[in-house]
Structures are given as structure tokens and as C-alpha cells.
Design a protein around this ligand. Structure first.
Ligand SMILES: [Zn+2]
Length: 128
């Protein structure tokens, strides 16, 4: 697989950052200061800032490559998500995977369970 990561320093805090999936990435988030930077702008201007940083360390680091169902993917993004339902808070992590020939996939981690997701090219149609 081609390594097309681009290294630069965060425009806000100077932490070392990498843009993975160069050309397909729209933004890159700095895990050190919470800034969201324009991945397509050569000056990497700050688009927004989050007040909170990551609350937990990813189980799998960004940049790690692995094989799922016979295909090699690289972790190019990480999200922490949370929802509240009937007074109970549920949280989970989502890893964005990339293969230049296969596109993007998602790997979701929740309570020690892992789910591999493929985005549908078209929304399902309702049958009546
Ligand atoms: Zn930063």
C-alpha cells in the first residue's frame, strides 16, 4: 500500500501532525490542542477549536495498518462519540480506515466489542 502521509506542525500549538489519505482528507484534528485544521490548505488554517480534548486514548493508534477480511487498511481518523438514552450514557469510539483502492471503512469499538462497517454507496430504498 502506498504511504502518502504528509507531516506538518499544528498551526495553533506546533504539535507534530500527519495528514493520512492525502487528497481525500478534508480536515485534520490536533489531539493536543483540539484545533481542527484545513487539510487541503497548504497553510493548514484553523477551521475551529474544540474545548475538550480526547477523553481516552485510542486502543489502536492512527497510522496503524492491519488486515480485515483479506484487505489492508490504515487507520486515518478517530472519533469519540456519546449519546444519552433514558438517562443512561453510552459511549463508543470510531476509527476511520482507508485503503486507496477500496476507499473508507469504519471500525467501531464499544464495550470491548468491535464492528467493521462499510458505507453504502446509495441509501436503501423503502419497499411499500
Ligand atoms: Zn494543536
Amino acid at each position: 500500500m502506498v504511504d502518502n502521509a504528509v507531516s506538518f506542525n499544528c498551526t495553533n500549538c506546533a504539535a507534530p501532525l500527519e495528514i493520512r489519505a492525502q487528497g481525500a482528507s478534508q480536515v485534520v484534528a490536533c489531539g493536543h490542542c483540539g484545533s481542527v485544521l484545513d487539510a487541503q490548505d497548504p497553510r493548514h488554517q484553523i477551521l475551529s477549536r474544540y474545548q475538550s480534548k480526547f477523553t481516552r486514548k485510542p486502543t489502536l493508534p492512527i497510522g496503524r495498518r492491519g488486515t480485515i477480511k483479506g484487505e489492508t487498511f490504515e487507520i486515518v481518523g478517530y472519533l469519540e462519540r456519546q449519546t444519552r438514552y433514558y438517562g443512561i450514557t453510552y459511549d463508543w469510539a470510531e476509527y476511520l480506515l482507508w485503503n486507496p483502492y477500496k476507499g473508507f471503512r469504519w471500525l467501531v469499538e464499544a464495550d470491548g466489542h468491535w464492528t467493521f462497517l462499510t458505507t453504502l454507496p446509495n441509501p436503501p430504498k423503502e419497499r411499500r
